[in-house]
Design a protein around this ligand. Sequence first.
Ligand code: ADE
Ligand code: ZN
Length: 349
Amino acid sequence: MTDAFVAALPKAELHVHLEGTLEPEMLFALAARNHVELPWPDVEQARAAYTFTGLEHFLPLLFRAASVLRTRQDFYDLARSYLTRAAADGVRRAEMFLGVQTFLDAGTPIGDQLDAVLAAISDARTDLGIDGALIVTSQRHRTQAAALEVLELIEPWRDRLLGIGLGAAERGNPPAKFADYYATARARGYRTTIHAGEDGPPEYVREALDICRADRIDHGVAASADPDLMARLGDEAVPLTVCPLSNVALRVVPSMAAHPLPAMMAAGLLVTVNSDDPPYLGGYVNDNYQAVHTDLGLDRPALADLARNSFRASFDDPHRIAAHLAAVDAHVRANQPPERAYRAASAAR
Ligand code: ADE
Ligand code: ZN
C-alpha cells in the first residue's frame, strides 16, 4: 500500500524504459494483434517468469517481450498507458527512454516509433497535466557504429527529442567503447545519460564522466564501494538515477535493506529514485519511494529531498524546476504532523 504522502508527492521520473513498461496484459493483447508468438501460454505464466538472476538474464526476456510492439498505435498505447499511470503516481515530469534498435530489428520504422511516442507525450501534457520528454537509447552490446547510425536516423526529430542514452549489457561494454557516440550527440545539442555502475565496476562510472562526459549517470550504485568516486560525484553534483527495486530484482544488491541509497544521500550525492522497468522489476516509481521508506527507514523529509533531487536532476528548464520545487515544499507543509503545523501557524500570527 502506498502511503498518502508518497502517492501525492510531486516527483519527476528520470529513469524508465518505455519498452520496460509493457504490462503482461498489454503484452498478450499486442502479441495477438500483431500475430507474434510468445514463449508463455498466458499472463500468469509470463508474470511467473519475471524472476531474474541478473541483468544479463533479464535483457533477453525484455527484448523478446518488446518485439510484440510493431505499429504506431502500439507505441502510442504503450506511452499513453505509462503516462497515465505516472500522472496518477504524482509524476509531474517524465524523461523516458526508448531503445529504438529492438524495434528497428522487428521492422518498425523509426518515424512510427518516435511520432507515436511524441504524440502520446503531447496528448498527455494537455489532458493529464504531465510533462513528458523522450531520450533515445542505444544498446551497448552492439557496436558504436550501430549507435552512431541511431544518431543519423533520429536527425529529423532532433528538435523534439530531449537526449540520448545507452543501456543493455554493461559488463564487457565499457563507456569508452562509445566515446564518439557521446561526442557526436553532445555536438548536436542532445542531453546525455548513460547506464554505468549498475552491474559494472566503479571504473565504468569514471569513464562515463571522463570519456563520455555524460550529463547524468543511470544507476551508478557501484560507486558506493569507492570512497574517492563518491567524493567526486558529490563535489561535481553529478545526478544519479537510482532504481532500488530494480537493483534488488536484478541482484545488484542482495536485499533492499542492503541498498546503498542512504549512504549515497548521506554523502550529499544528487540521487533520485526511479523505476527502470516497472512490471518486470518490482514496481512503479511510488513502489520504489514506498520501499525505501519501509525497508530503508527514509522518513518524509528524506522522501521530499529525493523528490526535490528528481526535479533538480531533470533536464527541464530552470523556471519549471523552481515551480516543481515549490510544489514539493507546499506538499510537505500541507502534510506536516498536527503539532508542527500548529507551531508554524502560531509563528506566522
Ligand atoms: N534496459 C532496460 N532496463 C535496463 C537496465 N536495468 N539496465 C540496462 N539496460 C536496460
Ligand atoms: Zn535502465
